[in-house]
Design a protein around this ligand. Structure first.
Ligand code: C5P
Length: 238
């Protein structure tokens, strides 16, 4: 099934900026038929729920990427508040523990929200050396798989991980347990702060359900052309 036929955006563009005009102008250059949009900390802290309303008005599905990591009550109440905004997808941090994750999911389900809730595993900006410094005994892959298992058994809808870990995850869990993968780059030349980068083609081959792309689209002189290029590479490799 082609992307257009499935009507499901597989590419999520991270609208990382602190300027509403710029965010809306990029959203207008792209299309909800080609991508969903991710609203992260920078844009949400700057403009709040209003920016979500404006992007919904343009027809976009929104992934609200605020990575809640807090005590149970705060994580539950913040997650419910996020789901009330009508976002398609949101996330909590798996290092908040299984008790917190299970409670968030219970509350989301009891209130009949259809927002997908993902668990953030190890950020794609971190490598083995970084997580050793934080205090993890595992290497990145082992730790991502361990956190993924906790997310799965806490009834989350999926995880945020690097596409380099997606293959092992997709082999182990049911198809509807989704992998959302940031750290997508067309080449090794432009990592920015990302360390576990993967090309769109390899991400597709590894089974990533959705890829998150920020700077390769946002910093391009032609964001729409860049999005189409990444989308074509991803879809051809599926
Ligand atoms: O610009 P770039 O493509 O690196 O953007 C990646 C986006 O995905 C950023 O908004 C970042 O906050 C987010 N993200 C990530 N790694 C995670 C979770 C979210 O890079 N594990």
């Amino acid at each position: 099934m082609s992307f257009e036929e499935s009507n499901m955006p597989k590419i999520i563009v991270a609208l990382d900026c602190d300027n509403e005009e710029k965010a809306l102008s990029i959203a207008k250059k792209l299309s909800p038929k080609l991508c969903a949009l991710k609203v992260g900390l920078e844009l949400f802290v700057s403009y709040g729920p209003n920016i979500i309303k404006k992007l919904h008005h343009l027809g976009y599905k929104i992934f609200l990427d605020l990575k809640f990591h807090d005590i149970n009550t705060t994580a539950i109440k913040s997650s419910v508040a996020a789901a009330k905004l009508g976002v398609w997808m949101m996330n909590i941090h798996s290092s908040g523990g299984t008790n917190m994750m299970k409670n968030v999911m219970n509350e989301i389900k009891q209130n009949n929200f259809d927002t997908l809730v993902l668990g953030v595993t190890i950020l794609t900006s971190l490598d083995d050396k970084d997580i050793k410094e934080i205090g993890y005994a595992n290497n990145v892959k082992e730790q991502v798989l361990s956190m993924t298992d906790q997310c799965y058994h806490s009834n989350l809808n999926g995880v945020v991980c690097s596409a380099s870990e997606a293959k092992a995850i997709k082999e182990k869990y049911p198809k509807n347990f989704i992998c959302v993968c940031p750290g997508i780059r067309l080449s090794e030349n432009n990592n920015n702060d990302q360390k576990r980068i993967v090309t769109p083609e390899i991400a597709a081959k590894n089974g990533a359900d959705y890829i998150v792309v920020g700077r390769p689209v946002l910093d391009s002189i032609d964001p729409l052309a860049s999005l189409k290029n990444i989308k074509d590479k991803f879809y051809k490799a599926l």
